[in-house]
Design a protein around this ligand. Structure first.
Ligand code: GDP
Ligand code: IMO
Ligand code: MG
Length: 427
């Protein structure tokens, strides 16, 4: 019996993690976010009603489930408070079941400003970040000068720390970027007001998750972004600034590596990417447009159109390795319903090993296996035997190629539109 399950993306994000976390939360006692920040946009659709979550774990729409933001997450207080209030406005209780790690780094206004100034300065070479200050906040964490949520509990020491770090960032803003400095009094007043709201939810999350483990509670760990956006294993430098892979579920929550029983890797039945960077199977033809249209591929956080292409099994295999994926979940199978032929990338031409640099990514060419489409609707199918033969052949091929079992197939955006072959929490 798996007590502790990690759910993460195996591509460049937006694989449908939110939907699957919400689904599995039916069996869970607590859901923990362990990395990323409000660059994430996780969509839940329940009875036609859409909720997009950015920082709050995707278990929040299941009454009574505890939701935890771990130390690996960078938190922008204004956004978190806005998200709490928006959910409360729809009648969801939050403050009695949301816990925030005292060790989570805070995204401050200067981080957002720096992110946006740098991107603007890069012109065509921009990474295409979400402009949310994610990178600069993680830099401050690693540089050991960042503010953390625990600092909100002592305003005098917060004042001193802010003074020092703002002095540094204002120097960079004025002298490197030739921009306006931020006013200390205004920044301090804002963070103090936010502290008053958030303080009651801040605690030692590591202690708490181990109490839950000791009480035999079932835990879900929710990843953000995807494995190819990982700071170490992704398509560097076109990546995010955190480790998005499974090891982060331990370091970003306070659990030990051996506490994790199962890693569920989510992959779309095709591929999308938001922002710049390598994407070998990207399509610029009618098929690409059709994927975008049928899959409604627009970013949940920034609204940007997502780049679309065929499923890349070479990249998926790599993601399975670096995460130690136990089982796969294939989402958006229904998006392929009307395709006559479906392609899967099975190798890269002109590559010696997995590409490591942007130049190596550019030099490779995808080699495809073409499979027959099914040209009938799979939307909402819940029984594996009801899937068309061609769809089952696609699933079998993915399993054989990756040597990894497919545990779940998602056949629509609604909570209950899934084929569950093997429930990750039940074996
Ligand atoms: P996340 O960031 O990984 O949580 O994914 P997003 O929420 O950003 O993007 C996934 C999108 O696909 C959302 O709009 C979901 O509602 C939608 N979605 C998820 N699973 C399915 C599916 O099986 N079929 C279809 N058609 N849409 C899905
Ligand atoms: P979810 O959790 C898709 C991308 C950005 C950009 C790069 C760096 O919804 O899957 P950042 O703001 O993190 O410094 O941007 O990473 N990116 C995502 N793409 N889904 C996400 O989150 C993403 N979060 C960041 O588009 O290319
Ligand atoms: Mg998303």
């Amino acid at each position: 019996m798996s007590q502790t399950v990690v759910v993460l993306g195996t591509q460049w994000g937006d694989e449908g993690k939110g939907k699957i976390v919400d689904l599995l939360t039916e069996q869970a006692d607590a859901v923990i976010r362990f990395q990323g920040g409000h660059n994430a946009g996780h969509t839940l659709i329940i009875n036609d009603q859409k909720t997009v979550l950015h920082l709050i774990p995707s278990g929040i729409l299941r009454a009574g489930v505890q939701c935890i933001i771990g130390n690996g997450v960078v938190i922008e207080p204004t956004s978190l408070i806005k998200e709490i209030k928006q959910l409360e406005d729809t009648g969801v209780s939050i403050r009695d079941r949301l816990l925030i790690s005292q060790a989570a780094p805070i995204i401050m206004p200067y981080h957002i400003k720096l992110d946006q100034l740098r991107e603007a300065g890069k012109g065509d070479g921009a990474i295409g970040t979400t402009g949310r200050g994610i990178g600069p906040a993680y830099e401050d964490k690693v540089a050991r000068r960042g503010l953390r949520m625990g600092d909100l509990c002592d305003k005098d020491s917060l004042r001193d720390k802010l003074q020092e770090v703002l002095h540094y960032h204002n120097f960079v803003l004025e002298n490197y970027h030739r921009d306006q400095p931020l006013d200390f009094d205004a920044v301090y007043a804002d963070i103090c007001a936010q502290a008053d709201i958030l303080q009651p939810m801040i605690e030692d999350v590591t202690e708490h998750v181990h109490e839950l483990k000791s009480a035999d509670k079932k835990l879900l760990l929710e990843g953000a972004q995807g494995s190819l956006l990982d700071i170490d294993h992704g398509t560097y430098p076109f990546v995010t600034s955190s480790n998005t892979t499974a090891g982060s579920a331990a370091t970003g929550s306070g659990l030990g590596c051996t506490d994790i029983d199962y890693v569920l890797g989510i992959t779309k039945a095709y591929t999308t990417r938001v922002g710049s960077g390598p994407f070998p199977t990207e399509l610029f033809d009618d098929d690409g447009e059709k994927l975008a249209k049928e899959g409604v591929e627009f970013g949940a956080t920034t609204g940007r159109p997502r780049r679309c292409g065929w499923l890349d099994l070479v990249a998926l295999k790599r993601a399975i390795q670096v995460n130690g994926v136990t089982g796969l979940c294939i989402t958006k199978l229904d998006v392929l319903d009307s395709f006559k032929h479906i392609k899967l990338c099975t190798s890269y031409e002109q590559s010696s090993g997995f590409p490591q640099s942007a130049a190596q990514w550019q030099a490779i060419k995808p080699v495809y296996k073409t499979m027959s489409g099914w040209q009938s609707t799979t939307r909402g199918i819940t029984d594996y035997d009801d899937l068309p033969n061609e769809a089952r052949e696609l699933v079998n091929f993915i399993e054989e190629f990756t040597r990894t079992p497919v545990a779940i197939i998602s056949t629509g955006p609604e909570r209950n539109e899934n084929v569950i072959k093997a429930h990750p929490m039940a074996n």
